[in-house]
Design a protein around this ligand. Structure first.
Ligand code: GTP
Ligand code: MG
Length: 322
C-alpha cells in the first residue's frame, strides 16, 4: 500500500536528518508524526518514528542521571567511619593521609597540590577508619563541593600548620569559613561546637619554628584542645586512637551457637547500641524474632544471658538467641 507522504512530511524528515542535538531530533520526529497521513500504508512508519522518539528520550534520561549522579566531591563511605580533613594550602593534609593509609596521595612543597578528595583506609586494631584527603580551603577560597564533603562526613580533622606564623590566620580562617557554611558552630566564648565530632591537629611540630608558633596560638586560644603531630612520627599512634574515639563507635563480634567466635570482622555500631541494634545490623529480619542474647565481655560473667535492651560495649562478643 502506498504511503502517499506529503511534501511537509519530507521537509520535517529533512529537519530530523539535519538536527544536531537529540532534543532537535525529537522535535523533528514529533513534527513528522503529527503530519504523517494516518492510514494503513503508514502504520509501520508511524511505529518506527515512535520507537525513535522513545529511544532518544531514554538516552537523554540516562545521560542526565549520570551527569547529576556523579559528584567528584562525594566519597563513598567505607570502614568504621569516615573522617574528612580540612586545612589551608600546604598544611600537610596529604602527608597525614599518606603516612596513616596506603592511599596514593600527592605531596609537594607548593600549595594547591590536591585538587579533589582522595580516600584511604587507616588500619585501627582489627578494623579500618576511612580518611579523606581534600583540596585546601582558606578564608577567601572554598572549593565548591567541599562543604558537602564535610557535611557528609562522620567526623572532621581540622589541620593547622605549625611551621608557619600563618597558623593564627589559618585557625581563624578555618573556624570562620566552617561556621559560615554551618559545618561547625562557635559559642560566645569562642568554643567550637559542631553537629559533627572533630579533632584539631597541630601539624609539623618537628619544624624549628613550631614551638614558637604553637606558643602564640595557645596564648590567643588558651582553651583550644589540639593534638600535636608530625609526619616523622610524633603523635601518630595517639592520633589513630583519638580518631577512633571521636567516631564514637564500638566493635562487636558475632557468634553462632556451638561455633568459635568470628574475630576477624567486627560489626561497627554507635556507642550506646543495644543487642537489638546489633541484631538489626546482622539481618533485617532478626530484631523481630530476637528473644535475648548471650554476651562475653562487658557482662558479669562469660556467656551471660541478657535482654534485648542490653547496652553493648567495645569488643563484646554476642550470640543472638532467635
Ligand atoms: N617539617 C614538616 N614538614 C611537613 C610535615 N608534613 C608535611 N610537610 C611538608 O609540607 C609540605 C606540604 O605537604 P602536603 O601534605 O602536600 O600539604 P597539603 O595540605 O596536602 O597541601 P595542599 O594539597 O596543597 O593543600 C610538603 O613539602 C611536606 O613535605 C611535617 O610533619 N613536618
Ligand atoms: Mg594535599
Amino acid at each position: 500500500m502506498p504511503a502517499n507522504l506529503t511534501p511537509q512530511y519530507y521537509a520535517a524528515e529533512e529537519n530530523y536528518k539535519r538536527a544536531a542535538t537529540p532534543e532537535g531530533k525529537v522535535k523533528a520526529l514529533q513534527e513528522m508524526l503529527a503530519i504523517i497521513p494516518k492510514h494503513k500504508g503508514t502504520e509501520r512508519l508511524q511505529g518506527d518514528i515512535k520507537k525513535k522518539i522513545a529511544r532518544l528520550k531514554e538516552d537523554g534520561k540516562k545521560k542526565k542521571q549520570t551527569k547529576s549522579g556523579f559528584n567528584p566531591f562525594g566519597v563513598e563511605k567505607e570502614g568504621a567511619g569516615q573522617i574528612v580533613l580540612a586545612g589551608y594550602p600546604n598544611s600537610g593534609k596529604s602527608s597525614i593521609v599518606g603516612v596513616l593509609t596506603r592511599a596514593r596521595v600527592k605531596i609537594a612543597d607548593y600549595p594547591f597540590t590536591t585538587a579533589l578528595p582522595v580516600s584511604g583506609m587507616m588500619p585501627y586494631k582489627d578494623t579500618f577508619i576511612q580518611l579523606v584527603d581534600t583540596p585546601p580551603l582558606s578564608a577567601d577560597n572554598v572549593p565548591s563541593g567541599l562543604i558537602g564533603t564535610f557535611k557528609e562526613a562522620d567526623a572532621l580533622m581540622i589541620v593547622v600548620d605549625m611551621a608557619t606564623a600563618e597558623c593564627l590566620e589559618q585557625m581563624e580562617g578555618l573556624t570562620t569559613v566552617l561556621q559560615e557554611r554551618e559545618v561547625i558552630d562557635l559559642t560566645e566564648d569562642g568554643f567550637i561546637i559542631a553537629p559533627l565530632p572533630f579533632l584539631i591537629v597541630a601539624n609539623k611540630v618537628d619544624h624549628p619554628d613550631a614551638a614558637e608558633n604553637l606558643g602564640v596560638l595557645k596564648e590567643l586560644w588558651p582553651d583550644l584542645k589540639m593534638h600535636e603531630i608530625s609526619n616523622s612520627g610524633k603523635g601518630l599512634e595517639e592520633l589513630r586512637e583519638k580518631l577512633y574515639e571521636i567516631l564514637d563507635v564500638i566493635r562487636i563480634y558475632g557468634k553462632t551457637s556451638g561455633k568459635p567466635v568470628e574475630k576477624e570482622r567486627p560489626f561497627i555500631l554507635k556507642k550506646g547500641s543495644t543487642v537489638l541494634d546489633f541484631a538489626g545490623q546482622v539481618h533485617k529480619d532478626f530484631p523481630e524474632n530476637l528473644k535475648s542474647a548471650l554476651v562475653w565481655g562487658s557482662s558479669k560473667f562469660d556467656g551471660q544471658a541478657v535482654p534485648r535492651e542490653y547496652i553493648l560495649e567495645d569488643e563484646d562478643i554476642v550470640e543472638l538467641q532467635l
